[in-house]
Design a protein around this ligand. Structure first.
Ligand code: COA
Ligand code: AMP
Length: 637
């Protein structure tokens, strides 16, 4: 489709001319208990707040409001190849499930404003849990199942939840992973103890309950249902937090991204129609996990706010059972739009390069593929376009923003695609690229991508209990702008090119991780004198971490043994999701004369890219040693 057929430029200009009018109109898509008198208050919060005097309930908008019109339509389809289960939950059933679970939360003493941690696998009950919290104004904080107890404990200590909702186990491919022992360990490690836990027992692995603290999910909900107890939707301020979602920061301490109710609903509802081009009643599938922002915005809230059917998929793109799994789900449920990370497509391509398995399925319902979470490499995009013959749309956003910052807005008519670029700024975001002194670099030049304040509805107003960290992390470096910490450029046509992070964050299989956090773990090993972790290119996961360690003098143990311990230590402290499999002992680390480790140069060496010896390096031979050590371990150097 050519740009002349797209309404993008007209809509973007309309937003820019009158942002408040634009968002006031979008807000009409939401049911308000009290609509906003003030659309944006520049004096409220840290950089202003949206819909400050409005009152609403997100669960009502995602569930109850649809029951009259589409009560018998599937709200959620749970498709779990790992357990051989398919289950459709209608909007009417969802209302019953959520209202009942909300009553159980009330029994557990959970009230408006209380935090509830959710540590669950990809089962419908995870979505029920989120919505039940939203229903009574409790603030949920979902923690991804691939994190280790220590990471869970850090989040518990920060959020201080009154209750924790969990399940007996998760299922990863063919493996059953007991979650409950991990939860018990996390609670032991944390200083802030929840009053109670509600545990969903899965038949694959029964968990034992701690007396006085743990309750059985199924018996509690059955009892509430028998007694006819349901909790109704509680009015909350549009600016009240709906959830806190922790994401990697530049230290081992994750950032608690706060999401409000009103602005988030407005932005998501708008994005479903105008970004994704989806209509109420259609089937929308985000193949992610409820533990990530994609799961919050586009497995649960976005599709449900829009009256779509959301797919909740417990499986992988490959191996459950094969590389045709995604095509099977699309065909079985009439999916119109799939959203996943490029890594999933790299995994499929690796197993089935000619997409032979695709021929077995009828994909006539399928209209578009959306990719995000990491840079969509042109090869993967082209491959997906060739095999699927539908638009493949790269879009860029972050946990902090909650919805796309740049992308090709299918709902407004797509612009021509440039492979490797997530296309243009979404209405709501005025993007620029700045140099280190904060000056705009102009078109085509690399720098840090920033968004002019205020951020649109849906984006984070602050970090949980950490206003100062919010200011320092995002607003102080470039006054008047939100610093995305992504490097890139904007070309002559206004297309955004996102090339990598400016901080220590790496992207492993679409999962965001801090190398600083991994360095903290390596440094805690008694044999390690100093260390550096970098992300090295990986053909499947995009990037994988690689740790370099210098051992303390006098250490007797063999380096190989210590390296094995270090791999185990990162898995134990951060979790399997870190995919930390490579620790390399080196005699010393390359540093500048002022003592700064040259991580950037090390990364170039590891990725086989051209590199030059920095003028400030202490001793250039050390870089040669790094190259040799990498080659010895089979990493291109
Ligand atoms: N609970 C417990 N452990 C989990 C987990 C969960 N919810 N999710 C992942 N893990 C574990 C995995 O089992 C694996 O452990 P292992 O080292 O013992 O094998 C480890 O964490 C790494 O997981 P993952 O990054 O998913 O790698 P993988 O090799 O199992 O699969 C892909 C690779 C590409 C197939 C997979 O990452 C994928 O499907 N990614 C695309 C979709 C996506 O998740 N996107 C997220 C953002 S949109
Ligand atoms: P997360 O907060 O986990 O969603 O990760 C956000 C980070 O992932 C961004 O800051 C980018 O570095 C990266 N990212 C996400 N989507 C894209 C994309 N489409 N292109 C390039 N990088 C992306």
């Amino acid at each position: 489709m050519s740009s002349t057929q797209s309404r993008y430029h007209e809509v973007y200009a309309r937003w820019k001319a009158d942002p408040e009018g634009f968002w006031a109109e979008a807000a009409r898509g939401i049911d308000w208990i009290r609509p906003a008198g003030t659309v944006f208050d520049p004096k409220a919060g840290i950089y202003g707040r949206w819909f400050t005097d409005a009152v609403c309930n997100t669960c009502h908008n995602a569930v109850d409001r649809h029951v009259a019109q589409r009560g018998e339509q599937a709200a959620i389809i749970y498709d779990s190849p790992v357990t051989g289960t398919k289950r459709a939950v209608t909007y009417a059933e969802l209302q019953d499930e959520v209202a009942t679970l909300a009553a159980v939360l009330r029994d557990m003493g959970v009230e408006k404003g209380d935090r509830v941690v959710i540590y669950m696998p990809m089962i419908p009950e995870a979505a029920f849990a989120m919505l039940a919290c939203a229903r009574i104004g409790a603030i949920h904080s979902v923690v991804f199942g691939g994190f280790a107890p220590k990471e869970l404990a850090t989040r518990i200590d920060d959020a201080k939840p009154k209750a924790i909702l969990s399940a007996s186990c998760g299922i990863e491919g063919a493996r059953v992973l007991a979650y409950k022992p991990l939860l018990d360990e996390a609670i032991t490690l944390s200083a802030s103890k929840p009053e109670s836990c509600l545990i969903y027992q899965r038949p694959q692995c029964e968990a034992s309950l701690v007396e006085g603290r743990d309750r059985d999910w199924q018996s509690e909900t059955a009892r509430a249902r028998r007694e006819g107890r349901r909790a109704e939707c509680v009015p909350v301020a549009a600016t009240d937090p709906l959830y806190v979602l922790y994401t990697s920061g530049t230290t081992g301490k994750p950032k608690g991204v706060v999401r409000d109710n009103g602005g988030y609903m407005v932005a998501l509802k708008w994005s479903m129609e105008y970004f994704f081009g989806v209509k109420p009643g259609e089937v929308f599938w985000a193949a992610s996990d409820v533990g990530w922002v994609v799961g919050h915005s586009y497995i649960v809230y976005g599709p449900l706010l829009h009256g779509c059917t959301a797919i909740l998929y417990e499986g992988k793109p490959v191996g459950t059972p094969d590389a045709g799994a995604y095509w099977r789900v699309i065909a079985d449920h009439g999916v119109v739009t799939l959203f996943t990370a490029p890594t999933a497509f790299r995994a499929i391509k690796k197993e089935d390069p000619n997409a032979d398995l695709l021929k077995r399925y009828d994909l006539s319902s399928f209209r578009a593929l959306f990719l995000a979470g990491e840079r969509a490499d042109p090869d993967t995009v082209k491959w997906a376009e060739d095999i699927l013959n539908v638009p493949v749309i790269d879009h860029w956003w972050q946990t902090e923003t909650g919805w796309p910052v740049a992308g090709n807005l299918l709902g407004l008519g797509a612009l021509p695609v440039k492979h490797g670029s997530p296309t243009v700024a979404v209405p709501g975001y005025e993007l620029d690229v700045l140099d280190e002194s904060g000056k705009s670099v102009g078109r085509g030049k690399m720098g840090t991508i920033v968004a002019k304040l205020p951020l649109p509805p849906g984006c984070l107003p602050t970090l949980w209990n950490a206003d100062q960290r919010f200011r320092e992390s995002y607003l102080s470096v470039y006054p008047g702008y939100y610093n995305t910490s992504d490097a890139g450029y904007i070309d002559e046509d206004g297309y955004v090119w996102v090339m990598g992070r400016t901080d220590d964050i790496i992207n492993v299989a679409g999962h965001r991780l801090s190398t600083g956090g991994m360095e903290e773990v390596l440094a805690s090993h008694p044999a390690v004198a100093e260390c550096a972790v970098i992300g090295v290119k990986d053909s499947l996961k995009g990037e994988v971490p690689c740790g370099f360690v210098v051992l303390k003098s006098g250490v007797q143990k063999a380096p190989e043994e210590i390296e094995k311990e270090l791999v185990g230590l990162v898995r134990e402290k951060i979790g399997p999701v870190a995919a930390f499999k490579l620790a390399i002992t080196v005699p010393r680390l390359p540093k500048t004369r002022s003592g700064k480790i040259l991580r950037g140069t090390m990364k170039k060496i590891a990725d086989g890219e051209e590199w030059t010896t920095p003028a400030t390096i202490d001793d250039p031979i050390i870089l040669e040693e790094i190259g040799e050590a990498l080659r010895a371990r089979g990493v291109t150097g």
